[in-house]
Each structure stands twice: as structure tokens, then as C-alpha cells.
Design a protein around this ligand. Sequence first.
Ligand SMILES: [Zn+2]
Length: 240
Amino acid sequence: MDLIEAIVLKSLDYKDSSKILYLYTDSGLQSIIAHGVKKMNNINRALSQNGNLIKVSFSKGSFPSLKEGEMLNDFPNIKQDVLSYTYLNHIMELVNNTISEDSDHPKMFSFLKRLFSLYNDFQDPEILSFIFELKLLYFLGYGLNFRQCNLCNKNEFLVFNVDNGGLVCREHLSINQQSYESDIYLLLSKMYFIDINEFEKIDITKNDRVIIRHIIDQLFDQYVSFKTKSRNILLQLQKY
Ligand SMILES: [Zn+2]
């Protein structure tokens, strides 16, 4: 049987010695039972950790079980760093809970593999997460507009506003709406449009990171209505 590539998004204990693995593959989300993997001498024991890239085959049916598996990459550097690993889990929670069945899974799967490699190469974990989250909005159908005013198409005197999902001119900004100037929205747009295959380091000050985190949280609140558990852990680790 052919083995397919999968990312282990989450694993849950199941009965005494088994686990349920929540996988993401280039055909979408897939949960499988991995019988006996908690036993010390089980050959698939190492596979089940969150964030692993593995190759598996599984039985058919409504609740398939793991047949064969092999490790492709366990991204050891990520797992040694609590901040990186928490960001990785934040990303995997978003994948597991927001991506719909009819999405372009091959595209998302190859994006995630590249992203995880960058994490493992010690690239800035927070900036990689910003990039993922902004691109996820687009992937979920909530594309951000960085070109002109959303309402009149004017392209000067623009500010970024969450309620408008992008840029708006000052005339069309309501009085009580919070807005962000070009220093912030140019950073957002740079990360939104970046080609992950040609990733280059981006410098963002601490102060701007706090603002961008706040904007992305608001965008997810408003458009996706989903908050990860890892986001709360990040709040404890980073204080914002
Ligand atoms: Zn306008």
C-alpha cells in the first residue's frame, strides 16, 4: 500500500495503549487510530508527537487505523524551544479547526511543510506565525485589501481598518473606528504577500509586533470567530 505524507496536528490518548492522530495531508484533515503506539516497544511510538511530518498508510472505513508509518522529519529544533513549539501548535490548531473540506489542500500542505522547515531553521517564530495567519485569512476567503479604499477606490490618504478588512480613505473612516497608518499596514501587506519559498528575514520592532498581534487577533475575532488555546499560552509567555 502507498504511504502518504501527513502532519500530526494533534494526538489524543485512546484506551490504554492507543492514540487518535489528527492528521493533515494534501487531501485534507484525516483522523486515524494508532493501535498500541503508547507501548514502549511499539515501532510507531515516535510518530505520534504533534508537529511531526510522517508517512503513513491506514485502513479504509469511517474510522481508519494506522497500518504502516515512517518518520520524515520530527523538526527537533522546534521542540527544544517553548516559544517556537507553542507557535507551531497555534498554527496546527488553526489548521485543525478552520480549514474546510473543499479547500485547496495541496497548496496549504506544501505551504505548511515549508513553514515548519523555516521554524526548524530558527527563523523568527512570531513573524512566521503572522505570515501564516494573514495568508490563512486569504485561504479562508477573507482576503485583505491593500490596494485602495474599499469604498471609493481612492488610493491616497489611506489607513488600515479591521472592520473594512483593509485600506480605507480618511473620508470613509467612521469616527469611532481605530485605524493604522502606513508604517503598520506596509508591514502587514509585506507579510500577506510574501512568497514563503523566497523567505527573507523581516525586522519588526517590539512595539510594532504588539500592534500587529492585536490587529491579527481582531481580524480572527471578527472574520473567523476562532481562538486557539495556544494563543492563551503565548499571551502568558510574551505578555501580549
Ligand atoms: Zn474612500
